[in-house]
Design a protein. Structure first.
Length: 211
């Protein structure tokens, strides 16, 4: 009876010890993850800061910021960091108050990094241009040799208020960008409806997209 009790207490002690060690390891992993995010997120934060983007001057003034932001997302990915977590950390630094806008910007940044990857714009030379806010050259697909320019999904001429909104910007081969011009199609109308419902597009602009 005494032996069984001693064995039970030993097992209980071992379980408590393992649980404590697991908790400690989990906390250490969390701290390490936060530290690693701090390397990239503070650099990304001012590039996507809504307060700065809402007051920035000049047409297409946000375009260099998008290019630089994608550079830092790719850099984070190459450092084995989750781009989504890096963006979310950067948004927490800047104090995004609008959850809908934060989500729209998150989706846009991830989508644009993927577009650059598919166009072959993340080569050494492409990354160098993105880091400096310049347009990279496409190295894959039918548009090889063209610049990957930044397009307004909903045309600036239709909705000037979206000129420097990151969620309205998207990389596109220069030829397609010029061909698209100020056309408004189903995608633009669907996004206009989505952004209107989430407060990211005014009623006046919405009516211009969907007259």
């Amino acid at each position: 009876m005494m032996l069984a009790r001693m064995m039970f207490l030993a097992a209980l002690f071992l379980f408590a010890s393992c649980k404590s060690k697991t908790t400690e390891n989990t906390e250490q992993s969390r701290v390490k993850e936060q530290a690693s995010l701090c390397k990239h997120a503070p650099i990304l934060a001012p590039l996507i800061d809504p307060a700065k983007l809402d007051t920035i001057q000049g047409k297409r003034a946000a375009t260099p910021r998008l290019r630089k932001a994608c550079y830092w997302l790719e850099t984070a990915l190459r450092d084995d960091k989750d781009p989504t977590k890096v963006i979310q950390r950067a948004q927490s630094i800047t104090g995004y108050q609008n959850e809908a806008r934060a989500q729209a910007v998150l989706e846009s940044l991830l989508r644009n990094r993927t577009i650059l990857e598919r166009l072959g714009c993340l080569s050494e030379s492409g990354m160098d241009k993105l880091r400096r806010g310049k347009a990279p050259t496409i190295t894959k697909g039918r548009y090889v040799g063209e610049l990957a320019t930044v397009d307004h999904i909903i045309p600036r001429s239709v909705c000037p208020e979206l000129d420097n909104r990151l969620y309205n910007l998207e990389f596109m081969p220069d030829t397609l960008n010029k061909r698209k011009s100020d056309k408004v199609g189903d995608r633009q109308k669907q996004l206009a409806e989505k952004w209107r419902r989430s407060g990211l597009l005014s009623e006046d602009s919405y009516r211009r997209v969907t007259p």
